[in-house]
Each structure stands twice: as structure tokens, then as C-alpha cells.
Design a protein around this ligand. Structure first.
Ligand code: SAM
Length: 248
């Protein structure tokens, strides 16, 4: 039987591709790409010429049967997305799920991923974290989404559109308070890579005055909720209040 390789590609800097990724791309029978035109550039850069098939959000389910058939016929296939690790806010999950269900071999290659790169250099705790993809575009839906995360104690990682970063920061301030620490990692591995960090109210002020902060590709990180060790739990506080009403 064949093998499906999950192959991460650069998130900006073209040198960020592993030796094994290049070897696998050179050795497979076919490359399945999110956008074949986009990936042509990277493949040409490495002198790789292979049959290319498209797998994107809109055709993924229809393509699964076809790809499974090729795998069963013994093909070795590499899955790549436009940038970074496939399946991480990118196509591929239904395909990998189907391969697992059908007993087809799936082999992951480690490599670039914007969320992990951002976390590794942000200066926020890394022992526990939650990747939550893109937050909803509409303010009300975004605030509901953030409320469900407000007591999360691990670092929260979000992918963010530059057009919405200011709105998202304002939603974070509204839901989690002005003091919640955030970090914006922008244009990772590229010429204008920057990290901006501080309490969300201060980061909002900086983003408002520096329009460059509303450009490019962004990972938005939120420090987890800190449990105040001296805080009296709500239920205990309520009980104390009731008791105190009966005390002389
Ligand atoms: N699969 C990719 C990965 O492994 O990182 C993510 C794909 S997702 C469609 C694209 C989003 O990832 C961007 O909108 C941005 O939030 C984030 N991203 C990708 N490249 C980035 C970079 N160089 N710097 C910062 N964020 C990046």
C-alpha cells in the first residue's frame, strides 16, 4: 500500500524547509497541494517536478475517494499547504481521518508552523497552551468565543487577520480585562518580523499609533488566566456573606 506524507513548507523564509521534506517531495509519485499555482514556486525553486493535484476547502471531500484509490494502488503522495504545516488552519483533516479509517499509512514530517514558532519566542508560558485557530470575524461571535476561553489557564494562540487585529484586541480587553497580557507575533521569519507585548490596553494603544502593526501575517497570543491564590471562591464568599448577616 502507499503512504501519505504530511509535509510542512516555509511560512515566509524559503530556507525554512527540512532536508527530509525536500527528499520526500523529490521521491513521491504525486503532490497534493492546497493551491497548485502557489506551490509551483516552491517546487520550482527546488527543481521538483511532479504531478500536482489540488485539495482545498471546497473540493476536499470529493477528492478523498480519488486519493484513497491512488494510495491503495501503492502511490506515495505528499500533502502540502500554501504555508506551514498542513491541517493546522489548513486543508487535510478529512483526508487524514479517512486514511486512518481505511488503514492507509500516514507519515508526518515535523517542520514550520506559525503558532509553534510564535509561542517558542513570545516569552509566555509554554508548559500548557491552547491553539484556537482564527477567531470569528463578527464582534458578538468573537466575544462569545473569547468568553469560553477566559478561564483557560494555558497560553491561548490565535491566527489573526491584520484587518481585524485591532477589533480582536478590543474584544480581548472587553472580555478578559485591560490588564490581560498579550503578544502579537508578526511576519515571522520575514524581513519585518516583530513581537509586541504587554497588557492588552497598552498593545491596543501601540497598534493604533503604528499602522504597520495592522499589516502582514499575525499570531495573537493571550497569557492564560491566573488563579489568584488569595481569592475566596465565589461559593465560599456567598456563604460568608449569608453567615455574616446572622452574626451579632
Ligand atoms: N498551516 C499554517 C501554519 O502551520 O502555520 C497556517 C495557515 S493559516 C491559513 C494562515 C495564518 O497563519 C495567517 O493568517 C497567520 O495568522 C498565520 N501565519 C502564517 N504565516 C505566518 C508568519 N510568517 N508570521 C505570522 N503569522 C503567520
Amino acid at each position: 500500500a502507499g503512504t501519505l506524507y504530511i509535509v510542512p513548507t516555509p511560512i515566509g523564509n524559503l530556507a525554512d524547509i527540512t532536508l527530509r521534506a525536500i527528499e520526500v517531495l523529490q521521491s513521491v509519485d504525486r503532490i497534493v497541494a492546497e493551491d497548485t499555482r502557489h506551490s509551483q514556486g516552491l517546487l520550482q525553486h527546488h527543481g521538483i517536478q511532479k504531478p500536482l493535484s489540488a485539495l482545498h476547502e471546497h473540493n476536499e471531500r470529493q477528492r478523498i475517494e480519488y486519493i484513497l484509490k491512488l494510495l491503495k494502488a501503492g502511490e506515495k503522495i505528499a500533502l502540502i499547504s500554501d504555508a506551514g504545516t498542513p491541517l493546522i488552519s489548513d486543508p487535510g483533516f478529512p483526508l487524514v481521518r479517512a486514511c486512518r479509517e481505511e488503514g492507509a499509512q500516514v507519515v508526518p514530517l515535523p517542520g514550520p508552523c506559525a503558532a509553534i514558532a510564535a509561542l517558542s519566542a513570545a516569552g509566555l508560558p509554554t508548559d500548557r497552551f491552547l491553539f484556537a485557530g482564527f477567531s470569528p470575524a463578527k464582534n458578538s461571535a468573537r466575544e462569545t468565543f473569547l468568553r469560553a476561553l477566559q478561564n483557560e489557564t494555558g497560553t491561548i494562540l490565535l491566527y489573526e487577520s491584520p484587518r481585524r487585529v485591532l477589533d480582536s484586541l478590543k474584544s480581548i480587553q472587553a472580555v478578559m480585562g485591560a490588564e490581560r497580557e498579550v503578544v502579537i507575533a508578526r511576519e515571522l521569519t520575514k524581513q519585518f518580523e516583530t513581537f509586541l507585548s504587554g497588557p492588552v490596553s497598552e498593545v491596543i494603544a501601540k497598534v493604533e499609533t503604528d499602522s504597520n502593526q495592522q499589516r502582514g501575517e499575525i499570531v495573537l497570543m493571550i497569557k492564560g488566566f491566573e488563579v489568584d491564590p488569595d481569592a475566596i471562591p465565589t461559593a465560599a464568599a456567598q456563604l460568608l456573606k449569608e453567615l455574616s448577616e446572622h452574626l451579632p
